[in-house]
Design a protein around this ligand. Structure first.
Ligand code: IMP
Ligand code: MG
Length: 387
């Protein structure tokens, strides 16, 4: 029987902590695949005292039995990938199982230059991109001027890409062989749903489809091949770069979230903007992705707040507004205040063991998402998860 592929993706503005969740879930899968984005992503996994930050290779490297696939919807900077493969090989990880779709596009030096130039041109309207050439690489793809891994030849500027040739496969055949062979496949999202080029806070978005639909186009599989869609929500909101963040806190509470959550970009080191959990944005993401369940990450970061804000509505000129109004200059948010907790939750391994206020907080999130919360993360370590 053909199998179905499950998806794990971020449902806010990225950095929801998907990497470590994928690392955990990967134990039960044969293949873990990326379907979009490139080295703008920064996925960290923590194993014991070791921290691994990956940008292109799927976050399942610690599981030797798992095949790692970089799908056709991605844009790959060969230097970044070669560097990652070297780093992994140096710590004894088998990298021969990393395969790249021949349909994936190559990020070239001129894409990086153009990314910086476009940002300068935008002036005060700059997006705050990661500067990795991601936008221009996707522009070239759509303009039909791009270079795919299938097109690598001996042009000098493609030397690095050519070194990846042993990893390049027919990406459509690769994934369908595994689906038809009944392999268990996990698809790893990059960035977050609210950075989706079509449905995010445009133009402050990335240049790819980060939502569940992007998994189909990014791998060349039909919607019927998708099984579970698991959304990761941070227990609060963060965003790196410019653009709407309706629940943003500009005071000491925002600072506290940044400090306690270690909210600095993995790729760029930029401080992330922080705010309360946003139920309007969250419900929108549930719809965009057709989520079947959710995971709440970094709940421990909220420990010590006496009261925790929870955005339940938007208003423009006193009238109720929707997510698509997130960028309105006179947007106001309705904030519900929930009681906090002060005791450490780092040791909790069952949701039932959380302090009553933390449990109530998770219940409130589940209520607005209207899908089951299957897990909560309570610390940085692999084992710090409560079910
Ligand atoms: P780009 O993807 O580099 O073009 O950046 C576009 C926007 O997406 C910027 O606001 C970036 O900060 C944001 N972004 C891109 N990748 C990530 C990510 O992996 N996590 C969080 N934000 C991201
Ligand atoms: Mg990240």
């Amino acid at each position: 029987m053909p199998s179905k592929a499950d998806i794990i993706l971020g449902c806010q503005w990225g950095d929801e902590g998907k990497g470590r969740i994928v690392d955990l879930y990967a134990a039960d899968y044969d293949v873990v695949a990326r379907f979009g984005g490139g080295d703008n992503a920064g996925h960290s996994i923590v194993v014991g005292t070791q921290e691994l930050a990956l940008r292109i290779v799927p976050s399942a490297v610690m599981h030797p039995h798992v095949e790692l696939f970089v799908g056709g919807g991605t844009v790959v900077n060969p230097q970044t990938l070669l560097g990652e493969l070297e780093k992994l090989a140096a710590i004894g990880i088998d990298t021969a199982r990393v395969k790249i779709s021949d349909r994936a596009h190559v990020v070239l030096p001129h894409h990086v230059t153009r990314d910086a130039a476009a940002e300068r041109e935008r002036g005060s309207g700059a997006i705050g991109t990661t500067g990795r050439g991601i936008g221009p690489a996707y522009v070239d793809r759509v303009a039909r001027d791009g270079t795919r891994f299938a097109d690598i030849d001996d042009r000098a500027m493609l030397e690095d890409a050519a070194r990846l040739a042993p990893h390049v496969v027919d990406g459509v055949e690769y994934i369908h062989e595994r689906l038809n062979g009944g392999k268990r496949i996990l698809l790893e999202g990059a960035q977050g749903s609210l950075l989706d080029v079509g449905y995010g806070t445009y133009p402050y978005v990335t240049s790819s489809h980060t939502i569940a639909g992007g998994a189909c186009t990014g791998l060349g599989i039909g919607p019927g091949a998708i099984g579970r869609v698991i959304g990761v929500f941070k227990a609060y909101c963060t965003r790196v770069g410019a653009g709407p963040l309706p629940s943003e806190l500009h005071d000491e509470r925002g600072e506290q979230l940044r400090r306690q959550g270690g909210e600095f970009g993995t790729v760029t080191g930029r401080p992330r903007r922080c705010g309360w959990f946003d139920a309007v944005a969250a419900r929108y993401a549930v719809a965009l992705n057709g989520l079947t369940s959710a995971i709440v990450s970094k709940l421990d970061v909220l420990t010590g707040f006496e009261r925790i804000g929870f955005v339940t509505g938007y208003r423009v000129d006193g009238r109720s507004a929707r997510f698509r109004d997130a960028g309105a200059s006179n947007l106001q948010v309705d904030v519900e205040e929930l009681p906090g907790w002060s005791e450490s939750i780092a040791g909790c391994r069952r949701i039932a063991d959380l302090p009553a206020a933390a449990r109530a907080y998770v219940r409130r999130i589940q209520e607005v998402l209207d899908v089951p919360v299957e897990m909560v993360s309570v610390g940085r370590e692999r084992s710090q998860l409560a079910r």
